[in-house]
Design a protein. Structure first.
Lengths: 370, 365
């Protein structure tokens, strides 16, 4: 039997609130009321500034505690001398099936990855299904089979679950929530607040594949692409990285909001600047082309099988070799470094040798009209 | 990417920048008209490459930015009507009206859809005869042909539930207003390549005759813009004022005739208000009487919806190139893309937003 974990720790995503701000927030005893006319916008779920506002204004004032306030991708709690990582994530992807994956495998990979980014070995998952009235049985069977296969391949078990059915129109086919528990490796402690000037920034491969694969299948945006979602469980890649070096400061998976949001969160949390080299950032030709056509920037497009690592300067080459030696990291690259200059800002050295800011998005990325 | 990477080539860009720096005997004041060009200049830091050899000022060519506040209020009014589906390009949704934006109206339950093309809006109207589908038709001469085709198609299909909320502006009248301004500093223009792809170069020759100012039609990639700037600097140094075409891979002297004919069939020219600037004579396109049944302003009688713009914003001076975004005391502090005080900060192609998005690290706020 798995142990029953009773903890108040809740892992929320969208971690753009700086440490200073979260300290100020601890002083509040009740949720700060938003002006009555404000409503939830789609942008509040985009992983950008609006998501951070939601955390700062609604969730943290009400739910603050030392574990939650760390705002990592996973909560790490101690129990009888064992450090456990706990994380939860909900999946509402549309369409349910896309090139390179589906909502079932995504729900397994996403939660495993949030555990892996905390240096944990994933052990158990829960899976809760919210089903819309009228959903074909066949669709559900396909998704559940995909959950089973993804979990088996990753070596984790689904040990508890739940099903709810809502009226037609109250959900969009299937929503899935997964919660994961893992055991944090001894001696490992990653945090977005640990980046130091001089550290080196790596990504494990091509950016933007997932977002473009999804967009290609959205209604009204018919374009042909050979790009597959990169949806994958990254825990074995992390294991290989940690075998090569102990000098990893921070790991993150740049999901919604893309690389830009992830790096801005780390820069804000660590109170450091970052300088990226545009020509070193791996983006597939097809993804660049789709982004050009749609007026999007690959820096903001979602990934579901990539990690960003911030490592100590001397460990950079070992880390790069370790990532490149794994099938999921073969296209890994060093993309920049952490600086003391322009704290909390991510600056890109452009292909022309000039500089520009890579900002956090306010909400969803919007196509430009011309 | 073929046909794109060549125009982002660092070696060519540096060679062009070096030539501009070498040829320029004084800091010529050059304005790019189009917001897409402003975006490229800032994104690639072309101002950094040129140093003091050229003073780049940014023009009014961001259609999202110059759409009047009251037009946005009218779109918001329509989106709130239970019988209306409001269809728009994505970047209009975040633009604040007097008290809210279309994203919030959507969250309140308004039926607001994003499309890439007006023909998608026509299809929506055809598929949902019970809905009144209004397409928010904004833009310069570039988007006008597609909007005209949308109207013609809806007319051919006999649709009674499709209309356009038109906010179309024209480039040459805006340049004329700018050149007539007593504070004008601009000595040469990069004309907008996409607009000229449609309308050609003829109208710009009239401006040259009237004001003796050199104009080069430019593209949108870094090498395009550097080449256009080089051509302008050569003209200025030689004391010439001519129309030249840098964007030859897209722009023909006569423009695109079928596109011009589509515009002329559906639209007529009249005075138009620009957000941040005011009314400019002959600067707007309006639906002709023949297509009144497709004009949302007339179908829904929107004339009562008026709005006043905030007074503290210096957007007119920015849009006309008298001042740079960073000259504004509110830039980056009281005025940001999240809470814009005025037009040039509302869309990513607005000059203030482009400076904020890409250049904040070089400015002391």
């Amino acid at each position: 039997m798995p142990p029953t974990i009773n903890t108040n720790a809740i892992s929320l995503h969208s971690e753009a609130v700086s440490n200073d701000e979260s300290k100020d927030l601890a002083a509040f005893s009740c949720p700060v009321p938003l002006p009555a006319r404000e409503r939830i916008l789609l942008g509040h779920g985009s992983g950008g500034k609006l998501s951070a506002d939601l955390l700062r204004d609604v969730f943290l004032p009400a739910l603050s505690n030392p574990v939650l306030d760390r705002l990592e991708d996973q909560a790490v709690v101690g129990l009888d001398g064992i450090r456990l990582a706990i994380t939860t994530d909900s999946f509402v992807v549309k369409p349910l099936f896309f090139r390179g994956g589906d909502i079932g495998s995504l729900a397994v990979h996403g939660t495993i990855n949030d555990l892996a980014m905390g240096g944990a070995v994933p052990l158990w998952l829960s899976a809760a299904f919210i089903l819309e009235e009228g959903l074909p049985f066949d669709t559900l069977r396909r998704v559940v089979t995909s959950v089973q296969q993804a979990a088996a391949k990753a070596g984790v078990q689904i040990i508890t679950g739940d099903t709810k059915v809502v009226e037609k129109g109250s959900a969009d086919g299937i929503f899935i929530n997964t919660t994961g528990i893992g055991r944090v490796r001894d001696g490992v402690s990653f945090s977005a607040s640990q980046a130091r000037p001089g550290d080196v920034i790596l990504v494990s491969g091509y950016l933007g594949d997932h977002g473009i694969a999804i967009l290609a299948e959205r209604e009204g945006l018919q374009f042909e692409t050979q790009v597959n979602s990169d949806s994958a469980a990254l825990h074995t890649l992390v294991a290989q990285l940690l075998e090569a070096t102990h000098e990893v400061r921070c790991l993150r998976d740049p999901t919604r909001g893309g690389l830009s949001s992830t790096l801005n969160e780390i820069a804000a949390s660590s109170k450091v600047g970052m300088e990226l080299v545009e020509t070193s950032i791996p983006v597939r030709e097809e993804v660049r082309g789709a982004c050009e056509m749609l007026g999007l920037d690959p820096m903001y497009v979602a990934n579901e099988g990539k990690l960003v690592a911030v490592v100590a300067p001397l460990a950079a080459q070992d880390a790069l070799r370790a990532l490149q030696g794994h099938p999921l990291g073969k296209d890994a690259a060093i993309i920049g470094r952490v600086t003391a200059e322009h704290p909390r800002m991510v600056v890109m050295r452009t292909s022309l040798g000039t500089t520009r800011i890579v900002d956090m998005l306010a909400g969803d990325q919007l196509p430009r009209i011309c | 990417m073929k046909y794109l990477d060549e125009y982002r080539d660092a070696r060519i860009a540096h060679a062009l920048a070096a030539e501009i720096r070498q040829r320029s005997t004084r800091p010529w004041v050059i304005m790019e008209i189009c917001g897409g060009q402003t975006h490229t200049l800032m994104r690639y830091g072309i101002d950094e490459l040129l140093g003091d050899s050229v003073d780049l000022v940014h023009g009014p060519g961001c259609p999202v930015c110059v759409t009047p506040l009251e037009t946005i209020d009218r779109a918001i009014y329509l989106a709130r009507r239970p019988d209306v589906t409001l269809v728009s390009y994505g970047d209009m949704l975040r633009v604040p009206g007097s008290d809210t934006d279309l994203f919030h109206v959507k969250a309140e339950g308004g039926d607001v859809r994003i499309v890439y093309s007006p023909t998608d809006a026509v299809e929506l109207a055809r598929a949902h005869p019970d809905r009144k589908v209004v397409f928010f038709a904004i833009g310069f001469e570039t988007t006008a042909p597609a909007h005209a085709m949308g109207v013609l198609r809806a007319d051919r299909l006999g649709l009674k539930n499709f209309s356009l909320l038109v906010s179309h502006v024209l480039v040459p009248p805006a340049i004329r207003t700018l050149l007539r301004s007593p504070n004008n500093r601009v000595q040469g223009f990069i004309a907008p390549g996409h607009v000229c792809t449609v309308v050609g170069c003829r109208e710009y020759e009239d401006l040259i005759l009237e004001f003796r100012v050199p104009i080069v039609v430019g593209g949108f990639e870094p090498v395009d813009l550097l080449e256009a700037i080089r051509m302008l600097v050569i003209q200025l140094e030689e004391g010439r004022a001519q129309i030249e075409n840098q964007y030859v891979r897209s722009v023909h002297y006569e423009g695109n005739r079928p596109a011009q004919e589509a515009i002329a069939r559906v639209f007529e020219v009249a005075d138009r208000k620009w957000r941040g600037i005011g009314s400019i004579p002959g600067s707007g396109l309006f639906l002709k009487e023949k297509y009144a049944a497709f004009d949302a302003e007339r179908v829904f009688d929107l004339t009562d919806i008026c709005a006043q713009e905030p007074a503290e914003c210096i957007s007119a001076e920015v849009l006309l190139g008298h001042k740079k975004p960073t000259d504004c005391t509110a830039f980056g502090t009281r005025c940001t893309p999240d809470k814009p005080l005025g037009a040039p900060m509302v869309s990513s192609e607005g000059a203030c937003a482009a400076y904020y998005q890409y250049k904040r690290h070089l400015v002391t706020l």
